[in-house]
Write a protein that binds this ligand. Structure first.
Ligand code: GDP
Ligand code: ZN
Length: 530
């Protein structure tokens, strides 16, 4: 429902006492025909303690109407412990037009004056003489999540995580989204922010104190023209900033380590691109089909529409990988292959083993060209070191495969007999996993100081370019702070301003600050009903 009632109940959530855990756990699961059933309402936990919300959907018009509509499941989630923080009733009815229309009609004919909810019902509604009808409309995409966000049930990072969770293809994507959803990235950034706020409070205190005597500078003596502030305070910032300075440095270093994660979180979220390149007839398509043919691995397959590229999405060890079969390396038209190779995170070079040397040279040249194109121009954050695997295909055709060992790290396979394919797939999966996981340096880094050890933030990882931009900006502000703080009292205000800037950049990630512009985009990504 929409309109007055909804708005009032929203405000009313404040006066609702928090429900005991056990009662919440029972979740008012009411299996009962909502219409045309005269038996009293049953509650899942067997008690007769039907919460008011649970009863209103049955006691009122819906139940009084003698016209049976459906046998349906009714779930009630009293605020403020519901997903949106509001009182929620879910009617799970059968999906036919007749049933849905009947239920919607019944709902819109409810007289809101007669409805008792745990939320405060406005006095005007209770005393009014005219029936107040519930206005119904479909939820906008992401509207429930948006309400949860508006009511402080979810932070911005958690909303993003939820949207990732909804579209997660693989187990690792799901796991990362769930970890994000539980708030560890938000906790980390909030911990960092509170550290910055401490620094700001310190600056305030110094400024207040300094007004009396310490800061009795004559501007003309201390300040050069323009922006160049001459460092006259000779204490190197120690007296002014005290222990704040080293803490901020440690914080910046923590941020920089956090940023130096090789984009693992973003790669896992977006998935890896694996390009298969090679001369015509080397067996690229055969290899792709073989890999895609593994029933368990395939997620979906889309025939390529552009540039002769066929895409298959595979789940390799929980990593979402898009496998691209490029058009063969031809002298004139290898553009598609080169672009695919350039944009790929992993390149698989396929060589016909019976055409070993020539085939290998052609592929290597293409890969080298593609790789050098990246090095020249690319500040794309997702650019990572190229991983190249060479595959010598059709080993069933060569009697003596001794010469294969003279080639760079490669796999001898046969798409015809499947020989070697399993072990190649293992290596490919390992490679993919190594690009998205950080297992080897998890928590074992002794340089992770106390500042980083915000409770419950293990594995907090950047999953979006948006996060990265803000954390980078925060780190840059702190670097400027370190520089300014060397100038002691002279640059106190400027240095404090950098702390404020860093804090607000972190605040933009978690949604504490300035988020209106990204909200619409974010919620529009959600499906209807979530
Ligand atoms: P592409 O042009 O690189 O995609 O090559 P294809 O996958 O279309 O294969 C070209 C030809 O080589 C086809 O006739 C395949 O049946 C054949 N072929 C592919 N892999 C093997 C293999 O391992 N052994 C043998 N004997 N033939 C193969
Ligand atoms: Zn092909």
């Amino acid at each position: 429902g929409d309109g007055d009632y909804e708005d009032e109940s929203n405000e009313g959530t404040e006066v609702i006492p928090k429900l005991p855990k056990a009662r919440m756990a029972s979740l008012r699961t009411l299996y009962d025909p909502i219409i045309g059933n005269d038996s009293p309402a049953r509650v899942a936990d067997g008690s007769d303690d039907i919460n008011d919300l649970g009863s209103w959907s049955r006691r009122n018009r819906l139940r009084r109407r003698r016209d049976p509509l459906d046998s349906a499941l009714v779930l009630t989630f009293p605020g403020p412990n519901s997903f949106t923080g509001q009182d929620i009733v879910e009617l799970h009815c059968h999906g036919s037009r007749g049933v849905v229309k009947g239920v919607l009609d019944a709902l819109s004919s409810l007289d809101m004056r007669k409805i008792t909810t745990t939320a405060a019902v406005p006095a005007t509604a209770a005393s009014g003489t005219k029936a107040r009808r519930m206005r119904l409309r479909p939820a906008d995409p992401g509207e429930f999540t948006q309400r949860a966000y508006a009511n402080g049930k979810l932070g911005l990072v958690e909303v993003e995580a939820l949207s990732d969770l909804i579209v997660a293809d693989t187990s690792k994507q799901r796991k990362q989204a769930l970890q994000q959803f539980d708030g560890r990235l938000s906790r980390l950034y909030q911990g960092w922010r509170s550290e910055l706020v401490k620094g700001l409070a310190h600056a305030e205190a110094v400024i207040d104190f300094g007004d009396d005597e310490t800061l009795s500078f004559d501007d003309d003596d201390e300040v050069d023209s323009g922006d160049d502030v001459i460092a006259v305070a000779d204490d190197g910032g120690m007296t002014v900033w005290g222990t704040i300075r080293p803490r901020i440095t440690a914080l910046r270093e923590a941020m920089d380590r956090h940023l130096a994660d090789a984009s693992r979180g973003e790669l896992l979220r977006d998935g890896l691109r694996i390009a298969i390149v090679g001369r015509p007839n080397a067996g690229k398509s055969s290899l792709l089909n073989l890999l895609a043919g593994r029933d368990a691995a395939i997620v979906s397959s889309t025939p390529g529409t552009t540039r002769d590229v066929v895409e298959v999405i595979l789940d390799l060890g929980g990593v979402r990988c898009t496998l691209l079969d490029t058009a063969g390396v031809r002298e004139e038209t290898d553009g598609g292959a080169r672009v695919a190779a350039r944009d790929a995170h992993i390149i698989v070079g396929v060589v016909d083993a019976s055409d070993c040397v020539r085939g290998f040279d052609a592929v290597k040249e293409l890969i080298d060209t593609a790789t050098s194109e990246i090095n020249e121009d690319d500040d794309d954050t997702l650019t990572v070191a190229k991983n190249v695997l060479y595959v010598m295909n059709k080993i069933d055709l060569v009697e003596d495969s001794g010469h294969l060992s003279r080639m760079p790290p490669s796999f001898g396979i046969s798409c015809a007999t499947s020989e070697g394919v399993e072990s190649f797939l293992c290596s490919l999966t390992e490679k993919a996993l190594s690009m998205v996981s950080n297992d080897d340096d998890d928590g074992s880094d002794p340089t992770r100081s106390a500042i980083l050890s915000v409770e419950g933030t293990e594995g907090a990882v950047i999953t979006r370019a948006r996060h990265r931009r803000h954390v980078e900006a925060a780190s840059e502000a702190l670097a400027r702070f370190e520089h300014l703080s060397d100038q002691g009292y002279m640059a106190l205000d400027l240095a404090a301003e950098e702390l404020r800037l860093a804090a607000s950049e972190l605040g933009r990630v978690t949604g504490a600050i300035d988020v209106e512009n990204i909200l619409d985009v974010l919620f529009a990504d959600f499906c209807i009903g979530k």
